[in-house]
Design a protein. Structure first.
Length: 371
């Protein structure tokens, strides 16, 4: 039975308007919203930047007044969850007696992920101030035990809830999907930027096995900055596989099942770096939901949920040879159907309803303790 003080959950997201359609963080909180609504708990999403472009003045003051106006309209007992890093979170202090505040972080701070790169002092200061705020909120939602350990420096560990990933299992388990292509293919979806998904390794691995599977193509779904995209396409050209690689660009998330569910293999060659150590890629849940053989690298905490040759093909990271072998095994495996079936079973506990239920009970427990 839900505590009466939990009137509504409001997620504040700090991503830009153009990212709303296919951003991993947005997909995550939309899945939470779907689960909450099915459980009878109201859940609303609030975006800091509801349009494409802002001038300098607007980019600073619009979110400030927008959040302030939204918080003014909240009712006593509402729960606000701020997703991501932003100094606008400081506004929450003005409404602490009225609303219960939570924060969600699914990555290490930017300055840690990009260690060694030139990062402005103001960016580092902003993130450190954002972390300081954690000691003054009701709770933190994150996605891995590594991140829980890191953020425990700023907030008591008992106030931290781990939700590895949330996947709309029904959405990616549809038997009736429209095939986009007339050829057979391996598929990848995600961002090209920061090499967070090891796209060069995937492309080189595909090139390695291409001659043995001449009928097969590689479909790359997503995009990145122009320089990064050009670099990726140059690699494809240098490997002389231009006629076997298809770039779709960014597509709407609602269209993703049509691309993923009709692939022969789904692939993620994530490298072993700081980002992988802390994060759990949500696309893995979507991959597994399709029942299509999935090849992933053994990074971060994926081995807590996945088992090689049981519900996926798991290979060593940062190795073209290893990933090439994984792709080939997935294509030739006689246990592909069984692996797909077990993969679907694996992700059932990460459905929107199951994880929203955990979130709601966590909030209720925290709210009771703080009263």
């Amino acid at each position: 039975m839900f505590n009466k003080s939990l009137n509504s959950i409001i997620y504040i997201s700090n991503v830009g308007y153009k990212q709303h359609a296919s951003n991993a963080s947005i997909n995550r909180i939309r899945a939470v919203q779907k689960g909450c609504l099915k459980l009878g708990t109201n859940c609303e999403l609030f975006f800091l930047y509801p349009k494409d472009k802002f001038n300098f003045f607007e980019s600073i003051f619009f979110p400030f007044f927008s959040i302030w106006n939204m918080l003014m309209k909240t009712k006593k007992g509402d729960v606000v969850i701020f997703y991501g890093n932003s100094l606008y979170i400081l506004l929450l202090f003005f409404f602490r007696k009225k609303i219960k505040f939570y924060v969600e972080r699914t990555e290490y701070p930017y300055y840690m992920i990009n260690k060694g790169k030139k990062i402005s002092k103001s960016a580092v200061l902003k993130e450190k101030l954002s972390n300081y705020v954690l000691n003054h909120v009701e709770g933190l939602i994150t996605c891995s035990s590594a991140l829980k350990e890191f953020y425990s420096k700023y907030i008591d560990s008992e106030k931290i809830l781990i939700i590895p990933f949330i996947v709309d299992v029904e959405k990616f388990s549809k038997k009736e999907t429209k095939s986009i292509f007339t050829f057979e293919y391996i598929a990848y979806c995600g961002s090209f930027n920061n090499n967070k998904d090891g796209l060069p390794i995937l492309i080189k691995s595909f090139a390695n096995i291409s001659s043995r599977f001449p009928y097969l193509k590689l479909v790359i779904i997503g995009g990145g900055s122009k320089p990064v995209e050009n670099k990726i396409k140059t690699l494809v050209k240098d490997l002389k596989i231009e006629n076997k690689v298809v770039f779709t660009g960014v597509i709407a998330h609602d269209e993703m099942p049509n691309y993923l569910c009709n692939a022969k293999v789904l692939a993620l060659a994530r490298p072993n770096n700081k980002q992988a150590e802390g994060g759990i890629p949500s696309k893995v849940g979507e991959y597994l939901s399709t029942g299509i053989p999935t090849v992933v690298t053994n990074v971060g905490e994926l081995s807590l949920f996945l088992e090689n040759r049981v519900n996926c093909i798991m290979v060593e990271p940062d190795s073209v040879t290893s990933f090439s072998s994984g792709l080939e095994e997935a294509l030739l495996s006689v246990n592909a159907i069984e692996m797909g079936s077990k993969a679907k079973e694996t992700v059932k506990r990460f459905s929107p309803i199951a994880q929203a239920d955990r979130l709601i009970n966590f909030i209720i427990h925290r709210n009771i303790k703080s009263e």
